[in-house]
Design a protein around this ligand. Structure first.
Ligand SMILES: Nc1nc2c(ncn2[C@@H]2O[C@H](COP(=O)(O)OP(=O)(O)OP(=O)(O)O)[C@@H](O)[C@H]2O)c(=O)[nH]1
Ligand SMILES: [Mg+2]
Length: 588
């Protein structure tokens, strides 16, 4: 979604500039030694530093002020609110940095809109996502939002000061926390409820009861809007929005900055190690051929290990392949078990009552329950995917150093659009008219039958006897029909439920299989690439050592001088990178 967006955050601080400049310098070295693979990696590292955007998803139950909060954070009226244009967005609104304000559809299936504007918090790298409020613990929207959360760096969970957390809110918070560890609870509308601090205390108790220790920050988006309009700084502080911004800066932006610096230092270290291997092998061979030979032997052995790591027969490849198969089976089994329980419950309900009377309500509640089960199944798949990534990395690292790749997350919110709804019952469509016709047919038959018999004894076809018989038979048919209709309706209702569940299993399984295939591809590509890089370095080192052996005395001194210079340059770059990585956060 946003990752493909051409709009980049304006996060060009002095530190990011120095970091990218250093990576460029290092690239001139990797280019000089002909390591195009390392140059590509350096370019990707530069991109990560300049495009270091953090996704903050804002969610909560409907009408708590999610959109109003996003507007307050960017000090602009960019997300439609119930109070504003009266037409809250149907899908998420992604708000990110842009030099000028713009608004366009993000081109997704789920009605996502992309808004850009030059707000300070966005310029620091935040991308804020306004989501449509979830209407209950198990609604489809909650399922769609959960999917969005797999790519979130932080979540703001909005509730208001009118009431304490409800059970569905706590359930949802627990799920959110499983997907994104940085969750901030925002207590909105403190301007309208004087006893908001009681609600805050009560909410803290609810969170503690389920073992969640999350910050609860009281705010008033409405007060912030007024403060902004009147340029009233005191009111602005009272609104709590600046405090929320400070929190996000301290806990998200600065920490992410540290992560970026660390990964920058790691990249520089790893890449200079790759280059240094060939250089040092050549230098050692030039200085001391005996020691060089020993080193070459060791590199040969390492080369074979790295070559083995690239092959399909490598242990980590088996761990990955088997893991994906196991995961697919476990996720499918979990979904089927959950839905089977749901089918059983629904059948009991159908047997107990006549479902036609509340078919629509029944369908709605079933839909909610399906969404709850699908969400739980999704969370399980996510958890198992992370465990598998760790397992594969562990296996790989047993034979060589590995870095963890980031997990793929589609974040399209398509999860909830996968299954249909309960279909209308045929017998329900028939209604009263059909039943009257049926019973009339019965009574008509009665009139005819008795009429024909009585006509034999000289009475008219329609006579008091035939009419009485008609009435009697008609009533009977009506009763019988009513009974069989009820049975038919139940059978039909059960069939409709089973059909819907089949569809859910089919669609959800399809989606999760696709996700797992993507996971498999990402992990396979990542670890193969790491193994390729290591193999390439070993081969380069062997080649350099061989070249060194063929040099004559005069060329040898010159080559030693060249290598010494390059190796000094590498060392100097590493020292500078380490200083930059541990340096203080610099303002723009
Ligand atoms: N008093 C008060 N009202 C607020 C505040 N923030 C939002 N509201 C009101 O709450 C209502 C809902 O606000 P929205 O921002 O549309 O809420 P939402 O959570 O985005 O709602 P949906 O997108 O429809 O789920 C509107 O009538 C807002 O005016 C606040 O800080 N104080
Ligand atoms: Mg909204």
């Amino acid at each position: 979604m946003t990752t493909s967006s051409p709009v980049l955050a304006a996060k060009t601080t002095a530190a990011t500039n120095s970091m990218t400049a250093l990576l460029d310098e290092l690239r001139s070295v990797t280019d000089a030694v002909g390591r195009a693979d390392l140059s590509v990696r350096l370019r990707a590292a530069s991109q990560r530093i300049t495009d270091n955007r953090l996704r903050v998803v804002v969610t909560g139950e409907s009408r708590k002020g999610i959109s109003s909060l996003v507007n307050a954070l960017v000090a602009a009226d960019v997300c439609p609110t119930a109070a504003g244009r009266g037409n809250p967005a149907r899908g998420p609104v992604v708000v990110e940095y842009g030099e000028s304000s713009s608004r366009r559809p993000a081109g997704d299936l789920d009605h996502t809109e992309l808004v850009t504007l030059p707000a300070p918090l966005l310029a620091e790298g935040l991308v804020i996502i306004d989501t449509p409020g979830v209407t209950g613990g198990g609604s489809r929207r909650a399922a769609a939002t959960l999917e969005l959360l797999t790519t979130a760096d932080a979540v703001l969970f909005v509730s208001d000061a009118s009431q304490e957390y409800t059970a569905p809110e706590i359930r949802f918070l627990e799920q959110v926390h499983q997907l994104c560890p940085l969750v901030v609870c925002v207590l909105n509308k403190i301007d309208s409820y004087v006893r908001w601090d009681d609600i805050q205390k009560a909410n803290r108790k609810h969170l503690t009861a389920v073992g969640l220790s999350l910050p609860i920050l009281p705010v008033s988006s409405a007060m912030h809007a007024t403060a902004h309009r009147l340029s009233d700084e005191v009111l602005e502080v009272e609104s709590g929005i600046p405090q929320l911004e400070t929190f996000l800066r301290g806990h998200l932006i600065e920490r992410a900055d540290t992560v970026v610096r660390e990964s920058f230092a790691n990249d520089v270290r790893a890449i200079s190690d790759h280059v240094a291997l060939a250089m040092n092998t050549e230098l050692t061979t030039l200085h001391d051929p005996a020691r060089g030979a020993e080193l070459i032997e060791r590199i040969h052995a390492a080369r074979d290990t790295f070559d083995g790591l690239r092959k399909r027969t490598a242990n980590w490849q088996y761990v990955l392949g088997d893991g994906i198969t196991e995961l697919t089976v476990a996720v499918d089994h979990d979904l089927r078990t959950r839905l089977r329980a749901l089918i059983r419950e629904s059948e009991e309900e159908i047997a107990k009552s006549d479902p036609v009377k509340q078919w629509e309500a029944f369908g709605k509640s079933l839909d909610e329950r399906i969404a709850t089960e699908v969400s739980a199944n999704f969370l399980l798949a996510h958890k198992l995917s992370i465990e598998l990534t760790d397992k594969v990395a562990e296996r790989f690292a047993a034979d060589g150093p590995a870095q963890l790749p980031s997990l793929p997350g589609s974040g399209t919110g398509a999860l909830a659009e996968q299954w249909g709804t309960l279909e209308t019952l045929e017998s329900n469509k028939a209604g009263v008219i059909q039943r009257t016709i049926t019973s009339l047919r019965g009574s008509y038959g009665g009139v005819l039958m008795v009429g024909v018999a009585t006509s034999l004894i000289g009475l008219a076809l329609v006579n008091p006897y035939s009419i009485a018989a008609g009435v009697l038979l008609g009533a009977n048919t009506f009763r019988e029909d009513h009974k069989s209709l009820k049975a038919r309706r139940r059978a039909e209702a059960k069939l409709a439920v089973a059909k819907l569940m089949d569809e859910v299993v089919f669609q959800v399984n399809n989606e999760s299989k696709q996700r797992l295939r993507e996971l498999q591809r990402t992990l396979r590509d990542h670890f193969t690439e790491v193994a390729d890089e290591m193999l390439r370095s070993a081969e380069e080192a062997l080649r350099a050592a061989q070249d060194a052996g063929t040099l004559h005395d005069s060329g040898r001194a010159q080559r030693i001088a060249e290598l010494d210079a390059m190796s000094n340059r590498l060392r100097e770059l590493r020292v500078r990178a380490a200083t930059l990585a541990s340096g203080p956060v610099q303002a723009q």
